[in-house]
Write a protein that binds this ligand. Structure first.
Ligand code: HEC
Length: 111
């Protein structure tokens, strides 16, 4: 019985901490969107002639794989972004890897 209780409470704790990290992830993702390259992703992406990231993610036209590749390698007028993303204060503070930082900005845009 004790073992079962322990297992149940461990699962509850794990799901609580997963929720907490998802919400802090989104906050860091917003900081990336607002601050990367000094002026943020929105400096370009809030202009209607450039790709509208939230709409593209919602419609399924932008996959996470191609999102990550674009950030790592750039694409035409889109500069490589990983150095700029990793330099954002809250990303450094959270100690994120490149993949975790990509997850954070994706989770912010896809929420
Ligand atoms: C200097 C302006 C500029 C900045 C800053 C910028 N982007 Fe872009 N981005 C572009 C342009 C222009 C394109 C379109 C490239 C193309 O397909 O020709 C693009 C394309 C993209 C794409 C690919 C969209 C698709 O449909 O394939 C992604 C993903 C993206 N940007 C994410 C970001 C993120 C996240 C940031 C901030 C970290 C950012 N961009 C900052 C200009 C910018």
């Amino acid at each position: 019985m004790k073992k079962i209780l322990l297992a149940v409470s461990t699962v509850a704790l794990l799901s609580l901490s997963a929720q907490a990290s998802a919400s802090s992830d989104i906050k860091v993702g917003k900081k990336i969107y607002d601050r990367a390259f000094g002026r943020g992703c929105g400096a370009c992406h809030d202009i209607s002639s450039n790709p509208q990231l939230i709409a593209l993610i919602k419609s399924g036209d932008l996959t996470k794989g191609s999102f990550a590749t674009t950030l790592k390698e750039g694409k035409n007028g889109m500069p490589k972004a990983m150095d700029a993303i990793m330099a954002v204060g809250p990303v450094k503070k959270a100690g994120y890897s490149e993949d975790e930082a990509i997850d954070a900005v994706w989770n912010f845009l896809a929420q």
